[in-house]
Design a protein around this ligand. Structure first.
Ligand code: SIN
Length: 293
């Protein structure tokens, strides 16, 4: 679906949609990604644009099939400094073992926002999940934008954020870009996809390129507001960060092996909850996006 999509009064013939929260998010039934025809795909895509976070249960697909689905959704956004799987560099395998302290993605963020063309969407496929915990939270940045006062909308209408991918330094303080240079296989793919850049400016309020809706575009890569000094930018960003994740803007996804969730990074922030100690293993693909405007 290209251009501005019409999302009103859709009746689906092939899929069933069950919303999971008031603000956004839905479970979708009637989709088997192992045999996806064009009609079902079109309905699925429309439902995804409408609900922003969609959950498919009991999927059983190979890595090749996951990559094929990602290609259909817009192609691969190769991560500039994380290794993909040996035979499938498009897929990041995210594993947390019992006893691991670090939980990948456990801050509010929008994927690869430091890049000039951040990821359009993220597809996360649960291979192993804890018996309790390990859910992912999502926050609706359309509703967050809409709920701002006219004064805040006007004052910050043309402001850009400065987004940096090197904020969190865990490996001896080196820059992620430099660490990744050792990974020559990925280096070629990332370079070919034009994704090397880890610092970018983006509109604070962005327009969704397919639906035309406005969204607050925020995430943990945002360092400051361009043209503001820190003393000015920090309180504004503190307010916006807190505002963006108000409970009424959120939904929550619980994972079972076979669950696939696709979310729209152009209108959603997400946060992996670090509340479990059993093994969790996910296959993650980020979908190539456009320059935000
Ligand atoms: C991510 O931040 O992309 C991963 C979220 C998760 O593991 O739940």
């Amino acid at each position: 679906m290209n251009g501005t999509a019409t999302l009103e009064s859709v009746e689906y013939k092939h899929i069933q949609v069950r919303p999971i929260a008031g603000t956004m998010g839905a479970e979708i039934f009637g989709v088997d990604l192992a045999k996806l025809n064009d009609e079902v795909y079109d309905e699925f895509y429309n439902a995804w644009l409408r609900h922003q976070v969609v959950v498919l249960r009991d999927q059983d697909i190979t890595p090749d099939q996951q990559v094929d689905f990602a290609m259909r959704l817009g192609g691969i956004h190769f991560h500039p400094y994380m290794n993909g799987m040996d035979n499938h560099p498009e897929i990041l395998e995210i594993i947390k073992e019992p006893g691991d302290k670090y939980t990948f993605g456990s801050t509010w963020h929008t994927d690869q926002m430091f890049n000039p063309q951040p990821a359009k969407a993220t597809m996360l496929y649960a291979k192993e999940s804890p018996s309790t915990g390990g859910d992912t939270l999502f926050a609706n940045m359309h509703d967050a934008y809409d709920a701002l006062s006219d004064g805040m909308k006007t004052m910050l209408a043309d402001v850009k954020t400065w987004c940096v991918g090197d904020k969190f330094r865990r490996s001896g303080g080196s820059r992620r870009k430099d660490r990744y240079q050792g990974n020559l296989k990925m280096a070629a793919k990332v370079r070919d996809a034009g994704n090397l850049q880890t610092e970018s400016a983006h509109p604070l309020y962005r327009t969704h390129p397919e639906t035309g809706r406005m969204a607050l575009y925020l995430g943990n890569h945002v360092q400051t507001l361009e043209g503001f000094n820190d003393a000015e930018a920090e309180p504004i960003l503190d307010f916006l960060r807190e505002h963006a994740i108000r409970p009424e803007f959120t939904c929550r996804v619980n994972w079972k092996p076979g669950t696939i969730t696709l979310w729209d990074n152009r209108s959603v922030q997400h946060h992996a909850i670090a509340d479990y100690s059993e093994r969790r293993r996910m296959h993650r693909i980020t979908i190539a996006g456009d320059t935000p405007f």
